[in-house]
Design a protein around this ligand. Structure first.
Ligand SMILES: Cc1cc2nc3c(=O)[nH]c(=O)nc-3n(C[C@H](O)[C@H](O)[C@H](O)COP(=O)(O)OP(=O)(O)OC[C@H]3O[C@@H](n4cnc5c(N)ncnc54)[C@H](O)[C@@H]3O)c2cc1C
Length: 259
């Protein structure tokens, strides 16, 4: 089997399949785990090697074609593969673009820092499909949950005739499970750049699992006590403020108006 794409989805898929005894090739299209710090990456590579996953890295490891029984790479190599699995990133529904609202190059709705559309204050966006200030956050539930709460607060503030608050988003980590009993918990800084610190092995897997169960708990708590969720109100987001203030070479140039 060939897994195409070595972000968290492809890496997790490759590890799970290998653990079930399948012969797996992971085609990275660049580096393994683009977000990871090189030490975290080394830890992931070690675990994949132990599971017998063949990792194909490098600029030439981009898949240019998928045929019935192989995947073809940019350098012309063909990797025999009965089952290619495509995990080369997820996209955004085209609803915002089709609506004629301003979107970025990926089709995410352009908003201000209150998550309100730059074109129409009756439209609010959150999650993977939002690009606040043209500086979208990493597509993740880590961002989607506080963004959802922020969007709800924005709507409530507008209904109350109050000025909505702005984003206050910080990231902490990226976690990837590597089969049933191992994982890596890669810490990041406030600008969402991976740092040297990561936790691997069984503890890494346990930390990822804690994050997953935490999401369900957040939802249950919110159902019992609406408005109780407060991660979006926590102090932080200094990295984002700095990025917003920094001169941007390409900022709204990446954005386009779809008519
Ligand atoms: C395999 C996998 C593993 C992941 N693991 C992690 C992880 O460990 N940690 C992490 O932080 N993130 C993880 N993510 C990312 C995370 O799941 C997403 O970033 C998050 O779900 C984004 O939330 P969202 O609500 O913006 O979008 P989604 O969860 O994609 O929800 C969008 C919803 O909108 C609906 N929809 C779309 N178009 C329309 C329409 N026209 N009308 C009505 N409804 C519509 C869709 O059906 C869907 O229900 C993972 C993603 C994948 C694919």
């Amino acid at each position: 089997m060939t897994v195409v794409g070595a972000g968290p989805t492809g890496t997790e898929t490759a590890a799970e399949l290998a653990e079930q005894g399948r012969s797996v090739t992971l085609v990275c299209g660049g580096v393994l785990g683009p977000y990871l710090h090189r030490w975290g990456r080394r830890s992931v590579a070690g675990r994949l090697a132990a599971l017998g996953v063949r990792v194909v890295e490098g600029a030439d490891a981009r898949v240019t074609a998928v045929t019935r029984d192989a995947v073809r790479l940019a350098d012309g190599r063909e990797l025999p593969s009965a089952v290619p699995l495509w995990t080369a990133g997820f996209g955004v529904p085209d609803l915002a673009a089709r609506s004629g609202l301003s979107v970025d190059a990926l089709g995410r709705l352009l908003t201000d820092e209150t998550l309100t559309s730059v074109d129409d204050e009756r439209v609010v966006a959150a999650g993977d499909s939002a690009a606040p200030s043209g500086l979208p956050l990493r597509m993740s539930c880590q961002a989607a949950m506080p963004l959802g709460a922020r969007a709800a607060d924005t709507v409530l503030s507008r209904l109350a005739g109050e000025r909505p608050e702005t984003l206050n988003q910080s990231f902490g980590a990226q976690c990837i499970s590597l089969g049933r009993s191992a994982g890596v918990f890669q810490f990041g800084n406030r600008s969402d750049v991976a740092v040297w610190l990561h936790i691997g092995g069984r503890l890494g897997a346990r930390m990822k699992e804690t994050g997953r169960t935490g999401i369900v708990k957040h939802l249950a708590d919110e159902a019992h006590q609406p408005g109780g969720y407060g991660l979006h109100r926590m102090k932080g987001g200094a990295g984002r403020k700095k990025a917003l203030e920094a001169p941007r070479v390409e900022a709204p140039a990446a954005a386009e108006r779809v008519s």
